[in-house]
Write a protein that binds this ligand. Structure first.
Ligand code: FES
Ligand SMILES: [Fe+2]
Length: 356
């Protein structure tokens, strides 16, 4: 079995090794083009404590340093549109296209200093990655399920940042199996029908696709009851063509499609027993700004399900810690097909960290 050894969830040295071997070569997600749709739009990245900006340079998105070269202040917070980056503390001004300092009040000559660092970003379906790998090649010939990930006429809505006290792999693992959906998610388990689960696998990703359940006529929780009603209303009585499409881009990026909703999440490792999960919500033009109730309900049911998943993650983490401290490696077999994604993810980890 390829199950990761317990120390890989707790050990500091392994954490550094994983950063070096796995994350250095893996695609790092920084945001979506819809956060900066127009030329000269910028958007500071809150989950990086605003240390970086997304910047739209003639419809090419790039990552720009947002820490002033003068007294190290964070310069811009939030989003806007500008030809320059101005640090309003002492008004040093930079060109966001190349990062050069172009103005420094009361200096006879421009001070010599390094440019703001610029990183080009690769784009796949508008998702923006920094990567040494060719992301479009990794995700080429990806098959029909990718057609559901379609941001046409979508807008960025909002981001939620959550810090957790468990290893990042635990989060991805829970997301990579459907075995727990019926027993542990009364709401979600009656929105999607895991009996209709379909998988698709590639070296750097997997897809899970599930249809809606019982034509959305039997909601499993109070919130989901309102959500089912709302979804049916928004689809004029026609059942949506899927309940959920869940894609994981390895190692730590997740894309979730629900009716008239796309959610992008990334589980960023911050310490062996800590990770930061960033969750971004996107909706079509016809919903965002027009049907606030749809957005509200979607995020409420999403959080209901996320809280249930949090409990799973914490309980697995606690159990593993006890076993790890006792030097007791033990785990059960994969249930197939519901845990096939988990098995595939573990194989990926073994392959890319050269552990066996
Ligand atoms: S800290 Fe930015 S101009 Fe001084
Ligand atoms: Fe779950």
């Amino acid at each position: 079995m390829n199950f990761p050894k317990l120390f890989t969830y707790f050990d500091k040295e392994y954490f550094s090794f994983e950063q070096e071997t796995l994350f250095k070569k893996s695609p790092q997600y920084f945001g979506h083009k819809l956060m900066c749709p127009m030329p000269n739009d910028y958007h500071s990245i809150e989950w990086l404590n605003h240390a970086k900006l997304l910047y739209n340079k003639n419809n090419q998105l790039q990552l720009v340093d947002n820490i002033c070269k003068h007294r190290q202040a964070i310069m811009l917070k939030g989003k806007g549109n500008s030809h320059n980056i101005v640090c309003d503390l002492h008004r040093w001004t930079y060109n966001p296209v190349n990062g050069q300092l172009i103005g420094a009040p009361m200096f006879d000559q421009l001070p010599a200093c390094k440019n703001l660092e610029i990183d080009p970003l690769q784009e796949w379906k508008g998702l923006l990655f920094k990567s040494d790998r060719d992301i479009n090649q990794d995700l080429a010939n990806i098959g029909q399920y990718a057609n559901h990930i379609n941001f046409e006429n979508f807008q960025y809505s909002n981001t939620i940042i959550t810090d957790y006290d468990f290893n990042w792999k635990t989060f991805i693992e829970v997301y990579a199996e459907d075995y727990h959906v019926d027993p542990f998610h009364p709401g979600l388990g009656n929105f999607v029908d895991c009996k209709g689960l379909k998988w698709q696998f590639g070296d750097w990703y997997h897809f899970q696709v599930v249809p809606t359940k019982n034509a959305l006529n039997k909601p499993g929780s109070k919130l989901y009851q309102d959500w089912h009603k709302k979804v049916l209303e928004a689809h004029v009585g026609v059942n949506p063509d899927f309940g959920a499409v869940w894609m994981t881009i390895y190692p730590n990026i997740m894309i979730e499609c629900y009716p008239k909703t796309i959610v992008i999440s990334v589980a960023v490792p911050t310490a062996p027993e800590k990770c930061r999960v960033i969750t971004e919500f996107y909706y079509p033009d016809e919903i965002l700004g027009f049907d606030e109730e749809y957005v509200e309900l979607q995020q409420q049911v999403y959080m209901e399900t996320a809280k249930e998943d949090d409990e799973i993650c914490y309980r697995m983490h606690e159990g593993r810690r006890t076993l790890y401290n006792a030097g007791n490696e033990s785990y059960g077999p994969y249930q197939l097909p519901t845990e096939e994604g988990l098995m595939h993810f573990h194989k990926f980890l073994v392959r890319e960290t050269k552990l066996s």
